[in-house]
Design a protein around this ligand. Structure first.
Ligand SMILES: N[C@@H](CCC(=O)N[C@@H](CS)C(=O)NCC(=O)O)C(=O)O
Length: 249
């Protein structure tokens, strides 16, 4: 049964059809909210305004920038359901909060044990390690084109090495990079065996974290997606289809 809440999810807008988000992290939280049938609204913030919006909402930074200053990121949520707003940042922490605050045995995404939380945190790092090397060379140049203002594009451009050009999937460098990610994802896919999800018949947090990345590849760089969707006989394409109902805004 759907649960009415006053949750606001902060995300970055893109020029993709239907305002599909590009961030793998905001996507994973959106999957979680919809899977858990929690109503929510989306607030859009620009790359240039994340810090100001996070500070004004009271969201904590999620890491430290190389210059030692705090890094503010989306997603963060503000939950005013109980009257006093609760603000949570970082996708895994948000899903933990949703599980604890809106317990539903049929739709739990994280078993409430320290060991299980650690496994999911490690799994999240493993996913980032598998796909991380293709993000800057193959994904960021395309994300830049999906951002909604010149100011945002300038911020993104400043993060790329000077004169950086997108590494194409069919170039020598591109084949090596995507080949390495594909190999690692093949190894991850094998851990599923006959299961549909990491969680078995039902998804758990890591499934939604993986769906967030798959969504990111699918929406941002079709050439990358065309390679990765072939992993393990099309497993990831089937995953996207299985999670389609939970991707809605
Ligand atoms: N550990 C964070 C990472 C979130 C993250 O990196 N978000 C990116 C968007 S994909 C962001 O907000 N970047 C803003 C910036 O780097 O200025 C999480 O899991 O939520």
């Amino acid at each position: 049964m759907a649960i009415t809440t006053k949750i606001t999810l902060w995300d970055i807008p893109t020029t993709l059809p239907n305002q599909q988000p590009a961030s793998p992290f905001t996507s994973s939280v959106r999957y979680a909210l919809n899977y858990k049938k929690l109503s929510f609204t989306t607030s859009w913030t620009d790359f240039a305004n994340i810090k100001a919006d996070a500070l004004s909402a009271g969201a904590k930074p999620t890491s430290i920038l190389p210059d030692g200053t705090p890094r503010y990121t989306v997603p963060f949520i503000v939950d005013s359901t109980s009257g006093t707003p609760v603000v949570v940042s970082d996708s895994l922490a948000i899903v933990q909060y949703l599980d604890t605050t809106y317990p539903d045995p049929e739709h739990q995404l994280l078993e409430p044990s320290p060991a299980n939380t650690a496994v999911h945190a490690l799994g999240k790092i493993a996913l980032e390690t598998c796909v991380g090397p293709i993000v800057v060379p193959m994904m960021l140049p395309r994300i830049m084109n999906l951002l909604t203002s010149d100011e945002n594009k300038a911020i993104m451009r400043a993060r790329l090495p000077p004169g950086h050009q997108e590494v194409k999937v069919d170039s020598t460098e591109g084949k090596a990079l995507i080949g390495a990610s594909k190999e690692k994802l093949e190894a991850i896919a094998k851990t599923f065996g006959e299961q549909k999800w990491f969680g078995g018949d039902k998804p758990v947090y890591l499934d939604l974290a993986l769906l967030g990345y798959l969504n990111f590849f699918r929406h941002v760089n079709e050439d990358v997606w065309n390679v990765l969707k072939e992993v393990d006989g099309g497993r990831f394409e089937r995953m996207i289809e299985a999670g389609a109902d939970w991707a809605k805004l």
